[in-house]
Design a binder for this molecule. Structure first.
Ligand SMILES: *[C@@H]1O[C@H](CO)[C@@H](O)[C@H](O)[C@H]1NC(C)=O
Ligand SMILES: *[C@@H]1O[C@H](CO)[C@@H](O)[C@H](O)[C@H]1NC(C)=O
Ligand SMILES: *[C@@H]1O[C@H](CO)[C@@H](O)[C@H](O)[C@H]1NC(C)=O
Ligand SMILES: *[C@@H]1O[C@H](CO)[C@@H](O)[C@H](O)[C@H]1NC(C)=O
Length: 153
């Protein structure tokens, strides 16, 4: 047991001395210089973090050269898409709709709304609508009300 501990400690020390990172999702010259690999974010367990985690599907990141990167350092491969607020997936940007292309450099899977039309971020189907639709319907309501008032008087 004691021999095993000594062997393990020796292994760890030599791993550090030879610049290896035990967190397989990171690389570098050991401990505080273990940085997350490309397509990973977070803080290497070698640097005292909870580990480098894979970017959300359809997003990617460059190999880090600093300890601790944010989930938002992963960028969606579709130029017209961005990560959701909890960084768990890619979605089409506001005023676009569709399913983001998971491959970078390809044609966007997100289609832009027509001129003057808007859609919320994350729209998967064509829900593009005139942004002043509510204003128009309110105006109509006021006009109907005025018309009714005129009749009453
Ligand atoms: C390495 O990444 C994989 C995929 O995200 C994850 O399941 C695993 O827990 C990570 N390893 C560490 C040590 O965090
Ligand atoms: C992230 O948010 C989406 C809704 O926007 C939800 O469906 C999903 O479960 C969330 N994922 C996590 C890991 O919290
Ligand atoms: C993103 O959308 C714009 C406008 O529709 C388009 O010109 C551009 O090519 C799209 N990006 C990609 C990568 O297809
Ligand atoms: C409503 O939207 C249309 C289409 O974009 C635009 O032409 C029009 O000027 C807008 N009207 C108002 C009152 O903003």
């Amino acid at each position: 047991m004691r021999l095993l501990s000594i062997a393990l400690i020796t292994l760890t020390i030599s791993a550090m001395a030879y610049g290896q990172c035990t967190d397989t999702n990171s690389s570098g010259s050991g401990t505080t210089s273990c940085f997350c690999n490309a397509n990973y974010y977070g803080t290497s367990t070698d640097a005292g973090g909870s580990g480098c985690q894979a970017c959300a599907p359809g997003s990617s990141s460059q190999a880090s050269n600093a300890v601790g990167t944010l989930a938002s350092s992963c960028v969606c491969n579709d130029a017209n898409a961005s990560l959701t607020s909890n960084n768990s997936a890619c979605q089409c940007n506001a005023n676009y709709y569709g399913t983001p292309n998971s491959v970078s450099g390809g044609v966007s899977g997100c289609t832009q709304c027509g001129s003057g039309l808007t859609a919320p971020a994350g729209s998967t189907s064509n829900v593009c609508a005139s942004s002043n639709a509510t204003t128009s319907s309110k105006l109509l309501q006021i006009m109907v009300l005025l018309f009714l008032l005129t009749i009453l008087i």
